[in-house]
Design a protein around this ligand. Structure first.
Ligand SMILES: [Zn+2]
Ligand SMILES: [Zn+2]
Length: 265
């Protein structure tokens, strides 16, 4: 089993575990666990194709991507919230050429409001990373605040102890597109680059002691941070959803999330 196949198992196990806990996010986690299984199947279908290597240019790869996505659509049609289930029916019934254009459009101009392209292209982008295929013709903003591999925005940040003790180290951002992570300076807004401590706020709730809202008063954006030094077995993408009540808090206080997660929070 490759390292990245282990990636999906880790997310799924954590989502299953958190979904059994009494919390406000129980339904979200149950759905997310199903979604992760469907994404893992897409990923597995890429990996098991002996006759195909991705080109990194989605316009060339889109047929294979589409041929792998039916399971995810059916899963959402069956178990998703009504608005997404309806969208799934529309995509399942749509002309393949129309769906292909939507996927390609998302790839070049991503939006966190578009659930299906994001859900389907996460395993594709992760497979590009795993197979060391550089994404082609995807010129996004660049710079340290976007993923150095694919140009995606950050979904969540996490803190972990690293040996060297480098001052700038130990905070990483997870890419919302390829799900890989990159190192990022600790006291900097992940959206606008603000560095003045007085403009950056960190908010905790006793309910989620290892999760914080990292908010910026300059651009009014926020991202959630998972502190792995306090809870080592947390899995950032999943625990980020578990701490859904913090998103409501942030929104009530006038902050916009840098990138909505797959359950729309
Ligand atoms: Zn990325
Ligand atoms: Zn900012």
């Amino acid at each position: 089993m490759s390292k990245m196949a282990g990636f999906w198992d880790k997310q799924i196990d954590r989502a299953d575990q958190l979904a059994t806990e009494p919390s406000g996010a129980k339904e979200l986690l149950t759905f997310y666990a199903r979604l992760l299984r469907a994404q893992a199947q897409i990923y597995e279908s890429f990996r098991s194709r002996n006759d195909w290597v991705p080109s990194g240019d989605l316009a060339n790869d889109v047929t294979v991507v589409q041929s792998s996505m039916t399971g995810l659509l059916e899963c959402v049609e069956r178990y998703g919230p009504e608005s997404l289930a309806e969208e799934a029916r529309v995509v399942l019934a749509a002309e393949p050429t129309v769906v292909a254009l939507e996927l390609i459009e998302y790839w070049h101009n991503p939006s966190d409001m578009q659930f299906f392209p994001k859900a389907v292209l996460q395993p594709y982008a992760l497979w590009l990373a795993e197979s060391r295929t550089t994404p082609a013709r995807r010129e996004l903003a660049g710079g340290e605040r976007t993923c150095p591999f694919c140009g995606g925005k950050p979904q969540v940040s996490f803190l972990q102890s690293k040996e060297s003790g480098a001052e700038s180290g130990n905070r990483d951002l997870v890419c919302a597109t390829c799900l890989c992570s990159w190192e990022f300076r600790r006291v900097v807004c992940a959206n606008c680059g603000e560095e003045r401590p007085a403009k950056l706020g960190y908010f905790h709730s006793p309910e989620f002691a290892y999760v914080r809202i990292e908010a910026c008063d300059t651009c009014k954006h926020y991202i959630k941070g998972i502190d792995l030094t306090r809870l080592g077995h947390a899995v950032p993408l999943v625990d980020e959803i578990y701490a859904a009540p913090l998103d409501l808090w942030a929104r009530e206080h006038g902050y916009t999330k840098i990138e909505l997660n797959l359950v729309g929070l």
